[in-house]
Design a protein around this ligand. Structure first.
Ligand SMILES: Nc1ncnc2c1ncn2[C@@H]1O[C@H](COP(=O)(O)OP(=O)(O)O)[C@@H](O)[C@H]1O
Ligand SMILES: Nc1ncnc2c1ncn2[C@H]1C[C@H](O)[C@@H](COP(=O)(O)OP(=O)(O)O)O1
Ligand SMILES: [Mg+2]
Length: 208
């Protein structure tokens, strides 16, 4: 049985009231989610929340929960759904207070249940952008990133485990949003500018 995680009471009324578009950003480790989000933020001024960054910040904060999270990330596994969802909610509320125009939720959902629970507790996502990249390219990019990232999970062994987690848990997410007619699948093997060109074709329809 999954361990019980204590949920915080978070009042998300301001988030519901804001009713701004939410875009899920999905893709394997090293698929370029963070890189494309940076470009999207520059052009559209959306709020970019990376679940991985939120978790790494939680670790840095030195909270009791932090040590546990590092172990999970080192193992290339998924952090319990409730932990991530509560961190995302809190971060979204902070952005809404600043007058957010919309959200890029990067690295989320990583399993079908995460997406369903997010949409039930917060609101439905407008789109899921999926950056499709071959496994070989993912490994190459993560190993290159390892030279400078200082991330506990950017090493050959953990990358292998993260890819396995991605194939098992996250590829069903892609099918899930395709069935809902919300999936935008983008070939992300090319250069950053080329990929961003395709991204813009889709986002220009939503954000003017
Ligand atoms: N289109 C691309 N072509 C080559 N390298 C890329 C591309 N997009 C991102 N990268 C590089 O690959 C690594 C992973 O990108 P990142 O945006 O951190 O991916 P993710 O957030 O999906 O793990 C980074 O070192 C980044 O500079
Ligand atoms: N939505 C989520 N659910 C569960 N675990 C998550 C998560 N987002 C991130 N994590 C954990 C497990 C991941 O292997 C690790 C790093 O995530 P990340 O920074 O989004 O990686 P990347 O950008 O390379 O795809 O953090
Ligand atoms: Mg990232």
């Amino acid at each position: 049985m999954a361990p019980t995680v204590e949920r915080k009471q978070i009042d998300i009324t301001p988030l519901k009231k804001a009713n701004v578009p939410i875009i899920f950003i999905v893709g394997g480790p090293g698929s370029g989610k963070g890189t494309q989000c940076e470009r999207i933020v520059k052009k559209y001024g959306l709020s970019h929340l990376s679940s991985g960054d939120l978790l790494r910040d939680e670790v840095k904060s030195g909270s009791a929960r932090g040590g546990q999270l590092t172990k999970i990330m080192e193992a290339g596994e998924l952090v319990p759904l409730e932990v991530v969802l509560d961190l995302v909610k809190e971060a979204m509320l902070k952005e809404v207070a600043k007058g957010s125009k919309g959200f890029l939720i990067d690295g989320y959902p990583r399993e079908v249940k995460q997406g369903d629970q997010f949409e039930a507790e917060i609101m439905p996502a407008r789109l899921a952008l999926y950056f499709e990249v071959a496994e070989e390219t993912l490994v190459k990019r993560c190993l290159k990133r390892a030279e400078t990232s200082g991330r506990v999970d950017d090493n050959a062994e953990t990358i292998k485990k993260r890819l396995k987690t991605f194939m098992q848990s996250t590829t069903p997410v892609v099918d899930h949003y395709a069935k809902k007619g919300k999936l935008v699948k983008i070939n992300a093997e090319g250069g950053v500018d080329e990929i961003f060109g395709v991204v813009q074709q889709h986002l220009d329809k939503i954000f003017k």
